[in-house]
Each structure stands twice: as C-alpha cells, then as structure tokens.
Design a binder for this molecule. Structure first.
Ligand code: SF4
Length: 218
C-alpha cells in the first residue's frame, strides 16, 4: 500500500485554502489543512474538511441521464453525446443559447463563448456571474477602476471599517470571516447590508442594515 500527500487548493469556495489530500493507492482517503499556506494558516472550515467525500459519494451521478417519456434514465456516453450533437445540429442562432458555470476555468469559459459565437452563430451567452458578481462590478469599476477584489485577504485584518454588502461571509467564506473577526478584535467596525438575519448579522456585524427584500441587488 502506498500513501502520499498531494498539496492542492480546496475547490469548495473562492477563499482558496490550501489542503493536502491523503491518497492511498490512487484513492483519496482523507484531507489535512496545508499548514504553511498563507490563506488558511493551517485551518480549514468544515465544508473544506469534508469536500473530498463528494468524490466517492453513493449519490454522485456516474453516467449521463437522458429524459425519455418525461423520465430521466441512465444512458451511455455515446448515446448522450449523439443526442447532444443532434440537438446542436437542429438548433439555429435564434433558438440556441448557452449557460456557463461559475466552476469553469478561464480557458474553458473562453472555449465555450468561442464555440457559441463561431460555431452556433449567436451571442446568446449567459453565465452565473451575471447575478452574483455583475452588481459588484458595477460598484467597483467607478469606485476603484477594476471589477475584481482590490485587496489581499491578509490586508483585510488592517482595515478600520469593513462594509459587507449582501455577503453572509461567516457561512460562505469562513476563512475570510476569520480575518474580519481579527480586524474587529483590533477595534474595526463591521457594517453589513442584507435583508436576512444571517449568522453574519447575528454574530459579526456591529451594524446590520436589513434592506427591503428584493432591493439589495439593485
Ligand atoms: S473556507 Fe472552507 S470551503 Fe472555502 S476554501 Fe477554505 S476550506 Fe474550502
């Protein structure tokens, strides 16, 4: 039996914590936090600690499913790919659209939009970021000139005032929430807008502004 430690990045959220996968004879049997990694400093949240269980879960789909007579049925890859190819051939630029995932890499996203524009002949391309990030870009561009995060995670601890707009950071980015907690322990004030009474509202924010539901993404 061989056991090796494979350093990698936790794929569960965008904190980007370092993890070490424990691999025995090619099978992942456990996970340990990457102790020297600057983002997580030797810790991982419960989600990251258990993320590797998805890989061998009984509930994980292992074959394509094709809907037949209104019911999804297991199919071979050849059958599924033939069906997809036939649907691509049937589609016209007016009837085709694509939805991209937030889990695709930059390169995969580039290929997807290229395929849709050049092969399918349409600009009907949508992706998850339209909902979750475009409102942030609309605010960041005029304020700081770029649509991406303007600070490194460790620098969050140096802030005197932290404004959280609609992000339930305690549950969605636990390792970043830890840095906000450290800033708060130094005396920083945390202001949080969200219509919901989240864990962040209850346990992290000094000021919670509960906007009217439906107006927070405006
Ligand atoms: S905060 Fe948790 S889920 Fe997110 S990257 Fe780190 S360990 Fe993974």
């Amino acid at each position: 039996m061989t056991i090796e430690c494979v350093p990698t990045i936790c794929p569960y959220c965008s904190c980007g914590c370092g993890i070490n996968l424990i691999v025995s004879d090619g099978r992942i049997i456990g996970q340990e936090p990457w102790k020297e990694h600057p983002i997580n400093e030797g810790a991982n949240c419960p989600k990251g600690k258990n993320a590797h269980h998805f890989l061998y879960s009984e509930d994980r789909l292992k074959t394509p499913l094709v809907r037949k007579n209104g019911k999804l049925e297991e199919a071979s890859w050849d059958e599924a790919l033939d069906l997809i190819a036939s649907k691509f051939k049937e589609a016209t630029p007016e009837t085709f659209g694509s939805l991209g995932s937030g889990k695709t890499s930059n390169e995969e996203s580039y290929l997807l939009q290229k395929f849709v524009r050049v092969v399918m002949g349409t600009n009907t391309i949508e992706y998850v970021g339209r909902l979750c990030h475009s409102s942030a870009v609309a605010a960041l561009m005029p304020a700081v000139g770029s649509g991406v995060m303007q600070t490194s995670q460790p620098e969050i601890e140096l802030a005197d005032c932290i404004f959280l707009a609609g992000v339930n950071i305690v549950e969605t980015f636990p390792m970043i929430a830890r840095r906000v907690l450290r800033a708060r322990a130094r005396g920083a004030k945390v202001i949080y807008t969200d219509p919901r009474q989240t864990t962040t509202a209850r346990h992290l924010a000094d000021v919670h502004l509960p906007l009217k539901a439906g107006t927070d993404a405006a």
